[in-house]
Design a protein around this ligand. Sequence first.
Ligand SMILES: *Cc1c(COP(=O)(O)O)cnc(C)c1O
Length: 516
Amino acid sequence: MNHVTTYHDTRGADGSHPTFSDVVIAGIAPGGGLYVPDALPSLTLDEILAYTPWPYWQRAADIFVRFDVDVDAERIGALMRDAYGSQWSDPRIAPVTEVVAGTHVLELWHGPTSAFKDMALQCMPLFFSEAIAAKQAAGTLAEDFLVLVATSGDTGKAALDGFADRHHTGIVVFYPAEGVSDIQRKQMVTQRGENVGVFGVRGNFDDCQNAVKAAFGDEAFARELREGHRLLLSSANSINWGRLLPQIAYYVSAYADLVASGGVAPGRPMDVCVPTGNFGNILGAYYAKRMGVPIGRLICASNENKVLADFIATGVYDISERDFVTTPSPSMDILISSNLERQLYELTRDPARTAEWMASLRADGRFTVNRETFHHVREHFAADSVTNDESLACIRRVWDEHGYLLDPHSAVAWEVAERLRGENPVLVVSTAHWAKFGTDVYRALRGVEHAAELPAEVVSLSGVELLAEVERMAPAGACVPRALAELDEAAERFTGVVDAGKGGVEGAIREWLARD
Ligand SMILES: *Cc1c(COP(=O)(O)O)cnc(C)c1O
């Protein structure tokens, strides 16, 4: 390890020049800003195309090494072999499939939980654990970390799987007892691992999230964990730089694959179209572009919660009078898109201005970027939004016309890519296996609207039985991943349900810490 990249934050509060390991452990900067690297590496076309014969783990390791991550190169390689190994259902990890001439799907759902969050969460916990071990060895840290997650369904499972049995870490996930699907609940409560815990919270996702936030803010509880259990709390959420860096790698990888398959001429641009919620995935594409990957437009695809599409159209980010809408693509049902702050900072490199916009968002629910920044936004980004029923109709149409089954999130991207496509080949980013969202895929194939009731005999099926039904309807292209198909038989390890509020969550954690 010679040179290491250091980081600063989007609001200019942290002048301590932390390293990658420091920012992975810290998560958010003091003052609420997000960490960004002081410098970006660049890749030549030849360097990108050299990826072609490499396995995915080596591609990801190369990106980390180029970012001068403060872990030695050999060790990075070993961790990446572990992160992107045999737990993936496709040895290519993030394969690119040409579905129709000029439209290529980047499949980010071959991981153990069948959705995109695995791309980061199979990797980040390894570096998190590594960073803790290094600091403990250096004598600068005495504690292990307990990761707390409030989940509306999918992130919880991906985090559980990523942190399971990772040294120096524990993870406890809270889900709204009334708010997750049968499949999502079973995925979580059957999680293996000695350091994991899962609890339902009586109430909806907001109740659940507020209770976990309250536990994070409770200093007496933090002291109790530190003094009684040598544990510090962490959230490992999607603003952590350790989750973003792995998301740059698959865009570099995809370009190499696209050239190799003849989908794009070497050096010619591809457009990417990303179903967007917290702006983490599309931000990975932006960084890849800055580093030299020939990417034309970054197309942001929104569902009916279209605050981002409106921002890219107008330069005004406004949630002051915007209602939260329920859609078939719940992982994009977001009003505050937390990684947008990083994007705005990268376009301006102006911490004072970035901090001002974020303060205005907190105070008034809106901010307007200046003309020059808006110009930069328009230089890189295009956007559109898709209604609930348009996304279901898209699933049906792509299945009928191309025999390819999309999940509702990926369908939002497909639909927007079709509307906005220009001359460049398009990489449609697919973020979930269809079977993760089987009920709405069933609606789509049956032509049932999103808001309509399903027949009683369908409602009474378990999640897994419904997936088997979809498999029968779409026999050639619909194979349920094994881990999902076996869920009805798997033993449920975690049955606890606690009251909403700080007391419920803290009580659950105490109970979990006292387990055998
Ligand atoms: C998290 C998620 C998204 C949104 O990704 P962001 O990085 O938050 O923009 C889209 N689709 C699925 C299935 C997801 O899990």
